[in-house]
Design a binder for this molecule. Structure first.
Ligand code: HEM
Length: 190
């Protein structure tokens, strides 16, 4: 039996290898981000004493880089990826994905803006990404304070909605949506 191999780039039938790697690694790292904040806020673990909670800034910075790559890769593949279907449901799916991308970008960007504008140095990978400054940049810190945490939880709700819609596609409409991002079934002819 021959196995259909996954292409690197996306096709109208299914997402390719690069999109899938980016999608699932971002999903896992964002889950990690929520876990760290649930441990901090729910169980009172402090970033100073716990390496898990302390990894939030480092993992968040890495995930921001992956999200930027994901958006660029989506633009490169534009017009050659699975579409979201016709009618109102298609429009809603497109809008939902657009909102998800936007919020995924803003949440870490707000935290990075706060870190950049803060007086303290920021060195998530063991070197100073943003050096200390004498005077904070007030608007950057205020933007991060106002947006990062709250929009972070909104992102959590959007992701739950995204998962719920995949469940509806799989359980009710049975249209093979999940196979476009996980598995080779969508590549098979027919
Ligand atoms: C997609 C990536 C990220 C997600 C999903 C995320 C999510 C969250 C969430 C849900 C909270 C809890 C807010 C609360 O206490 O109510 C939080 C807090 C925090 N995050 Fe992130 N974060 C991300 C990236 C980052 C990055 C890149 C940094 C560092 C530059 C960072 C630094 C912080 C800090 C210092 C806090 C505690 C203070 C605060 O509530 O704002 N996060 N994050």
């Amino acid at each position: 039996m021959t196995r259909t191999s996954l292409p690197l780039k996306d096709t109208p039938r299914a997402y390719g290898r690069v999109t899938r790697i980016l999608h699932w690694s971002i999903a896992a790292l964002i889950l990690w981000q929520f876990t760290t904040m649930i441990l901090k806020n729910g169980l009172g673990w402090s970033p100073r004493d716990s390496a898990v909670v302390g990894s939030h800034g480092m993992v968040g910075t890495a995930v921001f880089g992956l999200i930027v790559l994901r958006v660029l890769w989506a633009l490169i593949n534009r017009g050659n990826r699975p579409d979201h279907g016709a009618g109102l449901i298609g429009i809603a799916a497109k809008a939902g994905h657009g909102l998800l991308y936007l919020v995924m970008l803003i949440v870490p960007l707000a935290a990075l803006s706060r870190a950049f504008g803060s007086e303290r140095p920021f060195g998530p990978f063991g070197f100073e990404l943003f050096p200390a400054r004498e005077e904070p940049i007030a608007w950057m810190v205020a933007f991060g304070d106002a947006v990062h945490g709250e929009l972070g939880w909104v992102l959590g709700l959007l992701i739950l909605g995204h998962i719920a819609m995949v469940a509806v596609h799989e359980g009710m409409w049975r249209d093979g949506t999940l196979a476009k991002m996980a598995g080779r079934r969508a590549l098979a002819k027919g």
